[in-house]
Structure formats: C-alpha cells, structure tokens
Design a protein around this ligand. Structure first.
Ligand code: AP5
Length: 223
C-alpha cells in the first residue's frame, strides 16, 4: 500500500500515519520528523532549516525532495510500500513527488485527506501537545501561521489528487480510534484493487458523511 497524507497541522497525520504504517507493515516517512531529527543532531541540514521550523515556514522544496527521494529508495528495497506524512506541501512538491514515484514505480495509490475544519480544536490539540513535547513551532501565533499556510499553499493540492481519482477523504475531527477504524476499513477494502485499476478508471472516495457509522456522535475523549 502506498499512501500519502494531506491535512492541516494537528489533524492527525503523524498519529494516523503511524497506525496505517504499522497495519500494513510499511515505512512511515514523516518529513517533519526527519527535519526535527536533523535539528536535534545539529547537522548542517538541521542548522539550515531550524529557523524555518520555529517560524512555521516551509523549508526549501529541494531539501525535502532530496530527503524523500532517499527514503523512497529505501522503501523500494523494503518492498515498495510507504505512508508519506508531511509531503507534498505545495503544487511544485506534488508534481516533483509524482515524478520521483514514477521513476521508482511507486506513485501513491491513495492520497488520504484528513478533513479538519474546526481550527480552534486543532489549536487546542497542538497547545496540549506543546505542554508535553515542547515543539518549537507549537506556540499559538506559529500554529495560526501554519494553519494559514496550509490553506494558502497546501490545501489546493487536494483538488489535484481528486482529479487523479486517488483522493480518499475522512472526517478527522473525531476520536483517534474512530478515525483510524474508518481509514483502515477503507484501505483494506481498496487493497486488492489498488494496483489493478488503471489511472483513467480511478475514482475518489468521500467518506466524510459516513461519520455516524464510525461513531460520529460520540464525545471526543482526547480533547
Ligand atoms: P510537520 O511535522 O509535518 O507538522 P504539521 O504539518 O504542522 O503537523 P503536526 O505534526 O503539527 O500535526 P499532525 O497533523 O501530524 O497531527 P499529530 O498526529 O501530530 O512539519 C513541521 C514543519 O516541518 C513544517 O512547518 C515545515 O517547517 C517543515 N516541513 C515538513 N514537511 C515539509 C515539506 N514537505 N516542505 C517544506 N517544509 C516542510 O497530532 C497532533 C496532536 O493532536 C497530538 O498531540 C495528537 O495526539 C493529537 N491528536 C491527533 N489526532 C487526534 C484526534 N483525532 N483527536 C484528538 N487529538 C488528536
């Protein structure tokens, strides 16, 4: 299974990405984690991107494309599946990623959109995480900037994935386990077909209206 995640900060890319990767036994490639690891180790790359991360700005495209190209080569050797979390962030990255994937015969089967429209709840989630983890970009002004950047440059790529017929949308404003159950149910149903359906015959799937079947009305115990 080859899945990439598109979602605003706090929607659950890292949380759901890890669950999907474990379920399918594929690598979880998280660009934010890779960048923070460079910063923590004080590498030259880490020093060059540290301020971008603290300010909630995107790092230069070529930096993340090199990182993901290397991670894809490793994923190919490990069987070819992946969950990509944090990329693409803009249209240029989406197109470049598609080329990397085509060259390695590893283009995404599914672009999973975690729909999360309640910004105040996303901010609460991230401020709660800040108290535990202390990420440099989890302050309220920087979170608001990251959300604005998402709407300006990242969200438009959702339409591109829809036009390619590989978009799967879920409602991410529910408890983690409910969101995970819906995602894994959908991906399991698609699993036998994903490599058989030609690109021109693919259709996007919108599951955001199916919340009740997956516990839409349950209270959110986490936030
Ligand atoms: P990145 O690490 O990707 O950060 P982000 O997109 O801002 O996303 P977050 O990690 O904040 O949230 P998430 O959606 O992963 O949610 P999570 O599961 O963690 O990127 C950081 C920075 O790196 C960028 O700003 C940029 O500078 C740079 N960067 C990265 N990729 C780049 C790229 N391709 N190009 C350029 N620059 C790039 O959950 C958040 C919290 O909510 C957790 O505490 C979690 O427990 C909780 N939570 C999750 N789901 C739920 C739920 N359903 N209910 C209640 N709580 C929940």
């Amino acid at each position: 299974m080859r899945v990439l995640l598109v979602a605003p900060p706090g929607a659950g890319k890292g949380t759901q990405g890890a669950l999907i990767a474990t379920h399918f036994g594929v690598p979880h490639i998280a660009t934010g984690d890779l960048l923070r690891d460079h910063v923590a180790r004080g590498t030259a790359l880490g020093r060059s991107v540290r301020d971008h991360l603290s300010r909630g700005e995107l790092v230069p495209d070529e930096v993340v494309l090199d990182m993901v190209g290397a991670a894809f080569t490793e994923a190919k050797a490990a069987g070819g599946g992946y969950v990509l979390d944090g990329m693409p962030r803009n249209m240029a990255q989406a197109r470049a990623l598609y080329e990397i994937g085509r060259n390695l015969q590893m283009t995404a089967n599914v672009a999973l959109h975690l729909q999360a429209d309640d910004e105040e709840q996303l901010i609460r989630r991230l401020l709660a995480r800040a108290a535990l983890e202390g990420r440099s970009d989890d302050t309220e002004p920087v979170i608001r900037h990251r959300l604005a950047l998402y709407h300006e440059v990242t969200h438009p790529i959702v339409d591109w994935y829809a036009s390619r017929g590989i978009l799967v949308s879920v409602d991410a404003m529910r408890p983690v386990e409910r969101v995970a159950r819906q995602i894994l149910t959908a991906l399991e149903a698609m699993r036998p077909l994903v490599d058989l359906v030609p690109e021109h015959a693919r259709r996007s799937i919108d599951l955001t209206g199916l919340g009740a079947a997956f516990g839409r009305n349950d209270p959110d115990p986490v936030v």
